[in-house]
Design a protein around this ligand. Structure first.
Ligand SMILES: [Zn+2]
Ligand SMILES: [Zn+2]
Length: 401
């Protein structure tokens, strides 16, 4: 009976969502669909994926007996964006922002300006209150931003107050940020595929809690690291747990899309290979509420050579054939300190790492990335680093560089 009710609730939600989304799907969806149908012709997708499916069971086994204790495992879940939280606090010079003046339509809680073109921004601090994230984003000339929803290094946190949520929503509307341009990042402690029952339970509780925070803030997306085997279970088992965590969280919340971030294959993390992300998506019941965020540094470290034109094309073809472009919901823009395939999660400033500037130029020129948040998580040593990087990236779009 309860199950039936949940099913009905979901169908009603899906119908309502379809109505509200049909009008807000921007032309980039069409471009993406066209590109997708072009490159999947000849049944390429089926072949590639079915070959993978056959081999995955053979190849997968627990990565080691137990070289990874819980602390090491947590370590592998933490990525270098951990440095982000403190880094944009200094006062930055206010710069004029280029917000779209396009039509505003109502969808969800936040007003939704039509999302066209590139939405570049950075991960910003919520120091002093979550509403401050918006002014931080405006200061750097961003059209999108990422943020933590609370302190990211502890399980417990104060509930989000009504007043703070209201101030945040008002600030977003004033700043012209629609829900689809904002990409919250889940806390690093979470491991929704954990082999430890206690950690798994806490992670699942946290996932629901954070999705509810998103709903209260009027947000549409929620990005997190899929999980880690900690070397104690198989990748397959970990994937099952991650998908179950997502399914349970979807049933307890209403509309936010859970966005899986590709990882760098560091330690025992899952989601470095597109095939693993696809396997998670396959097990998610409500496919309208799951998506993927491509982190460029993680992709490069995992072995996708986006530094060359050929490699960039190859990665995109693989994304299309293994996952599907309709699941592409966000990008993390990071160069890499580490070499191709190093598995290290070490972010570098745009154009200063091993990936190089060309990949970012390609990203900015590619219509498949229109209308989704593209978030910088680069080291921010100088006060105006993000401001400069946002400007640099937009100059590629305009064909200036
Ligand atoms: Zn991340
Ligand atoms: Zn990232």
């Amino acid at each position: 009976m309860v199950h039936e009710l949940l099913k009905m609730r979901r169908s009603v939600r899906l119908a309502a969502k379809t109505i509200s989304e049909v009008s807000s799907q921007s032309s980039n969806q069409i471009v993406r669909l066209k590109a997708r149908s072009k490159s999947t012709k000849g049944g390429k997708k089926t072949n590639k994926y079915s070959v993978y499916k056959k081999s995955i069971k053979r190849n997968r086994e627990t990565s080691s007996t137990s070289d990874c204790d819980e602390n090491e495992c947590k370590e592998s879940m933490v990525n270098c964006s951990g440095i982000i939280e403190e880094k944009i606090k200094p006062k930055l010079k206010r710069v004029k922002t280029e917000q779209d003046n396009s039509t505003v339509i109502a969808s969800g809680n936040l007003q939704q300006p039509m999302l066209q073109g590139k939405l570049v921004g950075a991960h910003v601090s919520i120091s002093g209150g979550i509403q401050n994230a918006v002014s931080e984003a405006l200061k750097i000339g961003a059209k999108a931003f990422g943020l933590f929803l609370r302190s990211q290094r502890q399980w417990k946190s104060k509930p989000l107050e009504d007043k703070a949520a209201e101030l945040f929503k008002q600030a977003c509307e004033r700043g012209g940020f629609s829900a689809r341009a904002i990409l919250p990042h889940g806390i690093y402690l979470m491991n929704c595929g954990s082999p430890e029952e206690e950690t798994l339970a806490k992670s699942r509780e946290t996932l629901v809690e954070e999705l509810k925070r998103c709903e209260k803030l009027g947000l549409a997306l929620y990005n997190f690291h899929p999980g880690s085997t900690c070397g104690k279970i198989t990748v397959e088992e970990c994937i099952d747990r991650i998908a179950q965590s997502i399914n349970e969280a979807h049933l307890q919340t209403n509309h936010v899309v859970t966005v899986l971030e590709n990882m760098s294959c560091q330690g025992n993390t899952v989601g470095g290979k597109f095939e693993e992300l696809r396997e998670i998506i396959d097990r998610v019941e409500d496919k309208s509420r799951v998506g993927v965020c491509i982190d460029t540094c993680h992709a490069f470290a995992a072995g996708y050579d986006i530094s060359s034109d050929g490699g960039f094309d190859k990665m995109m073809q693989e994304f299309e054939s293994v996952i599907g472009l309709k699941y592409l919901r966000a990008v993390h823009l990071n160069d890499s300190k580490g070499e191709l395939g190093c598995h290290l999660d070490r972010h570098e400033n745009i154009g200063k790492g091993k990936i190089g500037i060309n990949a970012f130029r390609r990203l900015m020129m590619d219509p498949r990335f229109n209308g989704i948040p593209m978030i910088l998580e680069t080291p921010c040593e100088a006060e105006n680093t993000y401001q400069k990087e946002v400007k640099l990236l937009y100059s590629f779009r305009d064909g200036k560089s």
